[in-house]
Ligand binder design. Sequence first.
Ligand SMILES: Cc1ncc(COP(=O)(O)O)c(C=O)c1O
Length: 405
Amino acid sequence: MPTKTNDQALRERAERVIPNGMYGHMAVRPRLPEAYPQFFERAEGCRLWDVDGNEYIDFICAYGPMIAGYGNPRIRAAADAQRERLDMANGPPAALVEFAEKFTRQVSHAEWAVFAKNGNDATTVCNMIARGRAGKRKILVGETAYHGSQPWANRMSRGTPEEEHVHYPTYRFNDIDHVTAVAEAASGDLAGIVVSTFRHDVPHEQELVDPAFARKVREICDAEDAALILDDVRGGLRLSLDASWSEFGVRPDLSAWGKAIANGEPLAAVLGTDAYRDAAQHVFFTGSFWYQGAPFAAAIETLDVLAETDGPRHMERVGQQLRDGLYEQAQRHGHGIRQSGPPQMPMIKFEDDPKTEKGNAFCAAAMRHGVYLHPWHNMFLSVAHTEDDIAQALEGTDKAFAELS
Ligand SMILES: Cc1ncc(COP(=O)(O)O)c(C=O)c1O
């Protein structure tokens, strides 16, 4: 009898005390191939070690939060020092104010900030502030867009009655006529339009935003006196150190941030313009852990690291190196692949692979060669990925392509 791996043993224990043995986006079973470990022991830089000691170059980055390297010494030291002085108390430490000052200086539309824990807290607070200011109800959301798992944002699963979505009409991303028509139907009661950085809802291929669409959404919001709410939870700080749509001059009224802003310490943020300050002051939102000190110290340091390393451009460069390498290998091994999204957040799909069978086989093989990819979710680069790491990862993917029949 082969002995069980540590991962198998932990999965068996987990299945007894945790529904399905794991839940949410980190549940390996049944959505990912068996080659994927469920449990990890150690992480450093852009590398992960599972509970059986296997090492991987990681292209998931904890599904986004890791942006400056697991255990980045500078960021960890800042968080640890703050934790030692004060983490949870009856009020936050000065680090909250310092981070609010720093982040609002950095993000061009931002004149104030409030903080929470998860991205879904931030998107929900944006909606509350938009409605609080406008005294209106409708918030438009992208069809199948992901803004978190709370009922208003969750159309994927059981447990949410349809009525939760009555005031959330949906529009098609990048479809100017459609968003215009849906906004017209809500006219007079339109409090806001939530937009994703780019179309990144799984398992669809990623689609960059058409600047003309972004400008149209801004125009509709201005005409309706509604909030343009940019959900930068997933894309934030990877495409730009400013809000992601600033590149083509579209300023949101409110933006939601989370995931990467404190390099894995739990922190989310809502940034807003002065027009929304009064509403932010009068809408009640809070959470027991929202004022914890260490994440603010980590976030201050994270912004510095990303500025000093020209983070978005670094991630774009190494992401492109990975993308170019994968295309070359796929072609050489006779496989058709499509890669979508920005290089910092790449996605790889095989041609003629509607059930992701080839994608699964390829990613499972890459896993065996020490490269942690994802067959249907966007991946993430970080500033801890060097050109050498990418070159080493490409050696693994070359073997993986070779093993595909
Ligand atoms: C675009 C976007 N918005 C909101 C969320 C929700 O963030 P969280 O999982 O931290 O609640 C996510 C999470 O993946 C996301 O990708």
